[in-house]
Structures are given as structure tokens and as C-alpha cells.
Design a protein around this ligand. Structure first.
Ligand SMILES: Nc1ncnc2c1ncn2[C@@H]1O[C@H](COP(=O)(O)OP(=O)(O)OP(=O)(O)O)[C@@H](O)[C@H]1O
Length: 510
């Protein structure tokens, strides 16, 4: 690391002279110039006098807290990333600092590796856009979900990608383009107020390093939102690695996440990198994070906090610079309360949450969405949609959200005759999903409406049971149609064979 990497000096704020000296010496050894301040007032003065590339501040000081330094930087609109140093085990403070706009935090005792990784991140921020404070979205309960079919895009995978490659989907870096506030987010269609809010949040989050927890029903676009955050961020030229935590067998977890050295166990006939190292410099998307076993949660927390991983069979740790975004359709707070998910990891991951709205709450978007998705799937043909089919599309509840809408249209394009998609081509009546109780006329008009769920009784029906029933019916229907051929059924539903098998097991379908 050279001086040229961070053009302006680093400001270290700490009331303890020993720590100031130690940090100063360490940072200077990295070739950085350093200023120090022994408290909040001195820090504010320094910040008013000159520009810095990075501010590192202790939390507890006699004349105030590190949060005051973070708040001062925000209120003055200063272009400098700030990281706070907290006492070991004080996750609450760290989370608060991140919510107030700090780009990262370190826990005492600080290691050299952590410091290096932090400086590397600061360099990225200095190269790209400046960080902004992110107002956390309300700690909303993630809505439950029907684990609907998920098309397994098969992007390119690194030569030495881990074995359970279906669980992780490293993608080629997105083309570099300026990440401006007005940048488009092509992955997330829809112009309703709810989707506009999502896009606005995505833009904000793209300018920070904070860990993000994305909640939402299956198929509501959680992964698309995660990819959009990555593609708008300064990390966009680095890998985005998506990991489906629910799809990795427990005994392979450690090697998949952290990699291994050749010969470290039977079958380890070559060196392998884990997900963390594949995502180095970029973003690691942990989908279905609630499915991680407790033992793995401990290791994951450690890797996130230390910013370092040790491959199985290797003596030393390697630093990694990874932004974590996670998602699950489960209620993560309830999982913590039930003892299935570690609270410390929950705090670390759930710094800011983003809730993806279900498609049925964006009904006014449907006409345009149908048009856009139809154009995508119909190729060169020019299909019309019959009045009855339009009505059915508008009134359907889409328990599988965008993914289901896409599947319906793709299937309808294949089934349509005489250039017209008729209601039968949609095949939505047979899914046993619920239609809107009150029809709304929005095709080509401006009226909007949110459907009531016909046979879901609030306070009496458990939503997960209800959604499981829907999923069970869809899977059974596909199985019956293919004479119980699981491979063909999976294809029909747009999911992988592995996912089909997993869902059948989960729903006890024989
Ligand atoms: N706003 C949107 N506009 C257009 N397409 C969308 C949108 N949101 C999601 N999709 C499409 O729906 C499908 C599912 O999206 P995605 O995988 O992001 O959902 P998810 O919430 O992560 O699902 P799961 O919970 O099953 O992992 C994808 O094909 C995606 O392109």
C-alpha cells in the first residue's frame, strides 16, 4: 500500500495516547500520513481545518462519543469515510454507528489485517463516490413467503469454484459506468410508489458499505435488488457472488465458504478458494441466510468481523474485503428469539433492512409489467392478450411474485394460438392460488386496487402453512403432469432439480 493510494491523510481520534501512537505507527508503516485528535472537540477542529481520506474514531471519549464525530461529518456534509472502533462485544454501538453513516467498524483488539482491509475499503470509497448516511428502514418483519420456483441462471464460474457450485453464482463483473443518483436500475421494473421507494433505497445503499438485510417473499426480487446495489456501487467491477445457504450440505459448508488446501482431507486433491475469497473486493450475497447452521454462523461472524478467512488445512489467515448482503424469506428476528439464529450475527448483518414489496401490492404496475415481460419472451411474434386473459392477469394474487408472473407469461407465449394469449394459456386457475375478491380495472386506465385474499383468514390461518399448501399444490400438479418425473417437473417450474428435490422433501411430497 502506498501513499498514493490515499492522497489525503488519515485522522485517528482516540483519548488514549498509547492507542493513538500505535495506530499512527501502523498506518504510517502502510505509507499513510496521519493526524491524531485526543477527543471529539479536537477531531471537529481538525476536520474543519483540512480534508482527510479516512477518519478512525474511538467510541468512548471523555468529551463525547465516536457517534458525535460521525454525526459531525454528516451534518457538515464532509466527504470522508468514517469508521468507529468499539469495545469488544459491543455490537449495539457498532450498529448504531453504521446506521448513523459510518462506513464500517472495528472491534478491539484491532489486528493489522483488519486495519489493512479497512484502508483498502476507504481507498475504494475515495476512488468512487463518497459515502452517504443511510436512514435505516424500519426494522420491519420480513414477510413470509412461498418458496416458489427459482430459475437457476448459470453465470460463468471461476475455474476453481467450490464444489457445490449450484449454491453460489459468481458473475462476471458488470461494465464500469458512473454510479450516479439518477442511474437506472434495469433489474427492477415497476413504477409504483413502493418500487420507487425500493429503487431510491438501492441507490442510497450502493453508496455505502453497510451490510444490508433484504426481506421479502420469494420471487419478489431480493436477489435483483442485491445485484443492483452491487452494480451501482464502487465494487461493480469486482465479483458478485450469490450463495444459497440453504442448498449447501452442512458437512461442506466450511470448505465452501472458506476453501481448503490440497491434501487437507480425503478428496481435497487441489487447492480451492471459498466464497469469501471469490468475492474479494466485491459483494457476497447470502441468500436464505436463516438456513445456516449455528456452528457455521459462528465462523461466518468471525470472518466478517476479522475481515479474514483461513482455508481448511492452512496455517495463516488471509484478509478479505467483502461487502455482505443477505436475504431470507424467514422472519430473522423470530429465528433469533427461537434460538436458531445468533443475535450477534443478526446485528452484524441487519444493519439496514430493505423490504421488497409483494407484486400484489403493486397491482397498478401490472399492465406495463405484463407488456414489458411479454416483449421479452415473445421474440419476434406480436401477441395480443384477450380481454378475459387481461382480467385474469390483473386479478391474480401472484404468491410467487415476479418470478411467477414471468413463468406465466413464458408459458402463455408457448401455448398461445393465432397470435392471441387466451385465459386458458395462462393456466393460473389451476394453481389454486387466490384471485382478487374485488376486480379492478387498470388495463390501460389509471385505477388502482389491492386485492383481498379470499380464503386467508387473518388470525386464524398461519401464513406459512397457507403458502406451503400453495407450493405443495403447484409441485404436485407439475409432478402429475410429468408422470412424477422430477427432472421434467423442475424444468416445467423453472427450478433446478436440486431445488425440486429440496422442496419436495420440505413439503413431504413422496
Ligand atoms: N422488479 C422486478 N422487475 C422485473 N423482474 C423482476 C423484478 N423483481 C424480480 N424479478 C424477476 O423475478 C425473478 C425472481 O427474482 P429474484 O431471484 O431476485 O427473487 P428473490 O426474492 O431473490 O427470490 P427467492 O426468495 O426465491 O430467492 C427473476 O427472474 C427476476 O428477474
Amino acid at each position: 500500500m502506498s501513499n498514493a493510494d490515499l492522497k489525503r491523510p488519515v485522522l485517528v481520534v482516540d483519548d488514549e495516547a498509547d492507542i493513538r501512537d500505535l495506530m499512527e505507527m501502523t498506518l504510517m508503516k502502510m505509507g499513510l500520513s496521519v493526524y491524531t485528535a485526543q477527543g471529539v472537540a479536537a477531531a471537529k477542529q481538525q476536520l474543519a481545518e483540512r480534508r482527510f481520506s479516512l477518519v478512525l474514531t474511538d467510541m468512548r471519549m471523555p468529551d463525547g462519543s465516536g457517534l458525535d464525530v460521525v454525526d459531525f461529518i454528516n451534518s457538515e456534509g464532509l466527504d470522508v469515510p468514517v469508521a468507529v472502533i468499539t469495545a469488544f462485544g459491543n455490537a449495539d454501538q457498532a450498529v448504531q454507528a453504521l446506521k448513523n453513516g459510518a462506513f464500517d467498524y472495528l472491534q478491539k483488539p484491532i489486528t493489522l489485517a483488519q486495519l489493512r482491509s479497512l484502508v483498502k475499503s476507504a481507498i475504494k470509497i475515495n476512488e468512487g463516490e463518497e459515502p452517504v448516511a443511510v436512514a435505516p428502514s424500519p426494522a420491519s418483519e420480513p414477510p413470509p413467503t412461498v418458496p416458489a420456483p427459482k430459475p437457476q441462471a448459470a453465470p460463468g464460474k471461476p475455474a476453481n469454484a467450490p464444489a457445490a457450485s449450484t449454491a453460489a453464482k459468481p458473475v462476471a463483473p458488470a461494465a464500469a459506468k458512473p454510479a450516479s443518483a439518477s442511474a437506472e436500475i434495469p433489474r427492477l421494473l415497476g413504477t409504483s410508489a413502493l418500487m420507487e421507494d425500493v429503487r431510491q433505497m438501492v441507490r442510497k445503499l450502493a453508496k455505502t458499505m453497510v451490510p444490508v438485510y433484504i426481506a421479502g417473499e420469494s420471487g419478489s426480487g431480493k436477489e435483483q435488488a442485491a445485484r443492483s446495489i452491487h452494480e451501482l456501487s464502487v465494487r461493480r467491477e469486482q465479483p458478485f457472488v450469490a450463495v444459497n445457504c440453504g442448498a449447501i450440505p452442512e458437512n461442506l459448508m466450511e470448505s465452501e465458504f472458506f476453501g481448503y488446501k490440497k491434501g487437507s482431507f480425503t478428496g481435497a486433491d487441489t487447492d480451492r478458494l471459498g466464497f469469501f475469497q471469490h468475492a474479494d473486493g466485491g459483494t457476497l450475497f447470502l441468500d436464505e441466510v436463516a438456513d445456516l447452521p449455528l456452528a457455521m454462523q459462528v465462523k461466518l461472524l468471525r470472518a466478517i468481523q476479522e475481515k479474514a478467512v483461513r482455508r481448511i488445512g492452512e496455517a495463516t489467515e488471509k484478509t478479505v474485503d467483502v461487502r455482505i448482503i443477505c436475504a431470507t424469506h424467514k422472519d430473522l428476528a423470530a429465528q433469533v428469539a427461537a434460538g436458531n439464529f445468533r443475535q450477534d450475527l443478526f446485528y452484524r448483518l441487519n444493519v439496514v433492512s430493505l423490504a421488497m414489496p409483494p407484486l400484489r401490492e403493486m397491482r397498478e404496475d401490472l399492465p406495463r409489467l405484463v407488456g414489458q415481460l411479454l416483449r421479452k419472451h415473445q421474440g419476434t411474434s406480436k401477441l395480443a392478450i384477450s380481454k378475459e386473459a387481461q382480467k385474469a392477469l390483473l386479478h391474480y394474487n401472484y404468491p410467487g411474485n415476479f418470478r411467477e408472473l414471468e413463468n406465466i407469461l413464458e408459458r402463455a407465449v408457448a401455448l398461445a394460438q393465432d397470435e392471441v394469449i387466451d385465459v386458458d394459456d395462462l393456466q393460473i386457475h389451476s394453481h389454486q392460488a387466490v384471485m382478487a375478491a374485488e376486480p379492478v380495472e387498470v388495463w390501460g386506465g389509471n385505477e388502482t386496487g389491492v386485492a383481498a385474499v379470499a380464503d386467508f383468514q387473518l388470525g386464524r390461518t398461519q401464513i406459512q402453512d397457507y403458502l406451503d399448501d400453495i407450493e405443495r399444490a403447484i409441485l404436485t400438479q407439475a409432478l402429475q403432469q410429468t408422470r412424477y418425473n422430477r427432472t421434467q417437473s423442475a424444468k416445467l417450474l423453472g427450478i433446478s432439480f436440486r431445488s425440486m428435490r429440496y422442496r419436495m422433501e420440505r413439503l413431504s411430497i413422496e
